[in-house]
Design a protein. Structure first.
Length: 152
């Protein structure tokens, strides 16, 4: 799926990230890694719920195949967002990768308890950050099989 342009199935990724520079790095890393993905970026959990529910300015957006989630955001943080979507039958099947600066053990534990699929601490070094995103892309879009059509 990653490097086969003849099978041009683009994966839909929803990124919840309040830092524009980190969102830009994710976008660039996916592009550098030649990950066939459409990246949709929102700044907090409330916007993420609007995106999933296709309300407000998100009426015509696709259902994401994967969610990248920062934990520390304003208005509705990542924990609250994760709790909300994993309690909703429409969204609980969407894999959520926590991608955050926190390496505090209680954050790791609570993220998994709330239903996160994986937990990755963002490297502070830019080349390492790009490499981490590329590795996530390799894993999720080359190795893992995501459902073909569980869109609603």
């Amino acid at each position: 799926m990653m490097n086969d342009p003849s099978n041009a199935h683009f994966v839909e990724i929803l990124l919840l990230e309040d830092e524009p520079s980190d969102a830009y790095l994710v976008k660039m890393a996916l592009k550098e890694g030649k990950v066939l993905a459409h990246l949709h970026h929102v700044a907090d959990g409330r916007e993420g719920l609007d995106f999933l529910n296709r309300t407000e300015k998100y009426v015509d957006v696709p259902r994401p195949d994967l969610i990248f989630l920062d934990l520390n955001m304003p208005r509705m943080n990542g924990r609250e967002f994760l709790t909300a979507i994993k309690a909703d039958d429409r969204y609980k099947g969407i894999p959520v990768v926590v991608l955050t600066t926190s390496d505090v053990e209680k954050d790791v534990i609570s993220s998994y308890q709330l239903g996160a699929t994986s937990y990755i601490t963002k490297p502070v070094d830019m080349p390492q950050f790009v490499k981490a995103i590329q590795q996530i892309g390799e894993y999720w879009f080359s190795l893992v099989r995501l459902p073909q059509d569980f869109k609603s």
